[in-house]
Write a protein that binds this ligand. Structure first.
Ligand SMILES: [Zn+2]
Length: 262
């Protein structure tokens, strides 16, 4: 059975998840735009862990957006690795199911192959007490995980990198569409590359196919046929998070269109 829940910004995540009758929720541990150490909603990891367990809610943690372990700039790559390790440890301390991190990019003057090598080094070195789920991104010529070609290159680079713990994949539907990937049949095409889809970020897109723009929209408010999104979720069978302006409405819509979803 597919579990569908909201991405939660400032609210307390457990009541927010209970409010949409969700058994899955996603949130940040601290400022998503910053470099600070992880912070827990309510302030205490143990209390949050207990509250999640008591409410039977599984948590996914989204890493801060600044993290870019692909970067060829030491002043970005090294703090990115450090913060990614801290976020993984913090996610584990609340019993989270996984930590989602974007694929990152290199700057225009750098060779993309160096970015993939940097990813391999990061995977080899960073301790993963919970699965680290790499998310596909929407745009940028120098991005590591834009489109399935990028994801395939990234998976080639990190295969055999070793390192402690699992690496998985988070499929964002808006990002895939914006990157120019057809969504019909995409689940099989992704699994042929990564072997797994741990989480779906189910977002419609405000922009056209292949736009490269990352602007999420509600299920019935975007340029993607919402029936295609429902088909994708059925095919993936993974937990689903709506990162949309009104996740409660979108969760209702998806539950009404996907048999057995909760
Ligand atoms: Zn996403």
């Amino acid at each position: 059975m597919v579990s569908i829940g909201p991405h939660v910004h400032d609210e307390d995540p457990v009541p927010a998840a209970v409010g949409t009758k969700s058994h899955v929720v996603q949130f940040f541990l601290g400022d998503p735009q910053g470099w600070a150490d992880p912070k827990f909603p309510g302030g205490d990891a143990g209390a949050l862990r207990d509250a999640l367990a008591a409410a039977d809610v599984r948590a996914f943690i989204h890493a801060p957006y600044r993290i870019n372990v692909a970067s060829t700039n030491n002043r970005i790559r090294i703090p990115s690795r450090k913060l990614l390790g801290q976020q993984l440890a913090a996610a584990a301390s609340i019993g989270a199911q996984g930590l989602i991190v974007h694929g990152g990019h290199v700057t225009a003057d750098a060779d993309v192959s160096e970015g993939y090598e940097n990813w391999a080094k990061a995977v080899a070195r960073i301790d993963r007490p919970v699965p680290m789920l790499i998310e596909n991104t929407a745009g940028g010529d120098q991005a590591m995980a834009r489109g399935l070609d990028g994801v395939a290159r990234l998976w080639d680079a990190i295969a055999g990198a070793g390192g402690p713990g699992e690496v998985g994949f988070c499929l964002d539907t808006c990002h895939a569409f914006a990157s120019g990937e057809e969504l019909s049949g995409i689940v099989d095409r992704v699994k042929a590359v990564t072997g797994r889809i741990d989480l779906v970020h189910c977002n419609n897109s405000r922009d056209e196919f292949g736009s490269g723009r990352d602007r999420h929209a509600g299920m019935e408010k975007g340029t993607i046929d919402p029936a295609v999104l429902a088909d994708l979720i059925r095919a993936a069978g993974s937990p689903v998070i709506c990162e949309t302006p009104d996740p409660a409405a979108d969760i209702d819509w998806l539950r009404a269109h996907i048999a057995g979803a909760s």
